[in-house]
Design a binder for this molecule. Structure first.
Ligand SMILES: [Zn+2]
Length: 459
């Protein structure tokens, strides 16, 4: 029997329904799940238990990232002053050269960044499948297995190119039949529905301006037939709203509802431009939001009404989004950004300092993310939940002076690397370094692949 005792933390934040925090708390992890949480000695000792010194740290449930495009990690700092459509038009031709080597290097960099910011579960929304390029999903799954994070590689698709009135060039789309067949194949090969699964696949056509009405409708039918979740981008910018109104005669969320999309098995990236009625429909249908405040601010898209969605009872999680529209895959930085963005002038002339607390932002990044991904086995530290734990030091330089509230300090004084990160009770980060992979090798390979891309030499 394999066990880990995380001993004498400054605070254990359970993120249970009551918001229980245990000062001086310890955690016993056994066989991949939380076996016990409390103070003092655990009620039993598994054979060969490993002790992890929790002193000076805040223990959190591992953070859950609900939106990302790992391949974009190697195309950062481009189209720096563009909005979404201009940014996409500049980047699509670069992404058209995507190959397996690029995907592997980008996924390793992106997943390492996530792990080194406290993230234990992440999706990847991968929707660029240039014809004749094999092995892309496989490459990112390999990287996730090596680093040790829980991974939801969502199989995206695009079939609406410029010649059909869409935004992407012809070279990066597939026809709908191929996209649907390959999506079904990815689910059958990689999706694990079992509790505690390390690998799950969602069906994820890209957006209303890059996926046809048929692909959107049949993707929803496919996901429901296979019993997996549905994901896409929606209501990101006013350009998109104008496109939907002109092309389909409906605003973005109305279009999605008409296509059979809203429901408790769906989570949607961005949701920046939602009206009051849209917010109510998200809550009534149990549809989740992957809130990406850094990316939305970087592209000048606006600030999503996350507070209104939460108040209405809709699930809200956090996403770092593809690192070409954020330039960072730091999940703890995104928690801090969420708090700041929520306090900004959202639907009012001034800001609101009471709009979101540090603990509320952490809850969005843990329980909220787990709800978006349809997982009731992660997102909190409770007996029987998976042993996914992030330990952040609060005794270091950047937290000096915040002794009055170490939990809030993790958000307000951040971001910082976790001292330790465990997934299924296994070390993914140890003493601030990747435990199973080499950070310098990943960085060197990322720079090498990115130079090849910048030189136009990929593929
Ligand atoms: Zn995205």
């Amino acid at each position: 029997m394999r066990g880990v005792l995380i001993d004498s933390c400054e605070v254990v934040v359970t993120m249970d329904d009551a918001g229980t925090e245990i000062a001086g708390g310890s955690l016993l992890l056994e066989e991949g799940v939380v076996a016990w949480i409390g103070t003092g000695e655990p009620p039993h000792w598994p054979d060969g238990v490993e002790r992890v010194d929790g002193r000076g740290t805040v223990a959190l449930p591992g953070l859950v990232n609900t939106h990302h495009h790992l391949y974009q990690t190697l195309t950062r700092a481009r189209a720096q002053d563009q909005g979404l459509f201009g940014w996409l038009r500049e980047l699509y031709p670069v992404w058209a050269r995507l190959d397996e080597e690029w995907e592997r290097a980008a996924a390793a960099v992106g997943l390492a960044e996530l792990a080194l910011s406290g993230c234990t579960t992440t999706i990847d929304h991968h929707y660029v499948f240039p014809p004749g390029v094999p092995g892309l999903l496989e490459a990112e799954i390999d990287a996730a297995v090596e680093i040790g994070v829980r991974f939801h590689p969502s199989r995206g698709s695009m079939d609406l190119s410029e010649k059909d009135g869409g935004l992407p060039p012809d070279s990066v789309v597939q026809d709908a039949d191929t996209a649907l067949a390959e999506t079904e194949d990815a689910v059958r090969r990689f999706h694990d529905p079992a509790p505690g699964a390390m690998l799950r696949v969602a069906v994820a056509p890209c957006s209303p301006f890059s996926a046809s009405d048929r692909l959107m409708r049949e993707s929803a039918e496919l996901a429901r037939r296979l019993g997996v979740r549905l994901h896409t981008h929606i209501a990101e910018t006013l350009d998109e709203e104008a496109f939907c109104t002109e092309t389909f005669g409906r605003r973005p969320l109305e279009l999605l509802e008409d296509q059979g999309w809203l429901g408790p098995d769906v989570w949607l990236a961005h949701c920046v431009h939602l009206g009051d009625k849209d917010v109510r429909r998200m809550a009534e249908t149990g549809t989740g939001t992957a809130w990406c405040p850094s990316s939305n601010l970087r592209l000048g898209s606006g600030i999503a009404p996350a507070g209104a969605l939460l108040e209405a009872g809709a699930p809200v999680g956090l996403g770092v989004d593809g690192s070409a529209s954020n330039e960072s895959g730091d999940m703890l930085a995104e928690v801090r950004m969420a708090l700041l963005a929520a306090r900004g002038p959202v639907g009012r002339p001034d800001g609101d300092p009471g709009a979101m607390s540090a603990r509320e932002a952490l809850r969005v990044a843990t329980r909220g993310g787990a709800a978006c991904l349809g997982r009731d086995d992660v997102g909190s530290l409770e007996p029987g939940k998976r042993a996914d734990v992030a330990l952040f030091s609060v005794h270091d330089l950047s937290h000096a002076g915040a002794e009055v509230d170490p939990v809030a300090a993790v958000v307000l004084c951040g971001p910082a690397r976790p001292r330790h990160l465990l997934v299924e009770g296994r070390p993914v980060v140890r003493d601030g370094r990747l435990a199973a992979a080499d950070e310098e090798d990943i960085a060197a390979e990322g720079h090498r692949a990115a130079r090849r891309i910048a030189a136009g030499a990929a593929r």
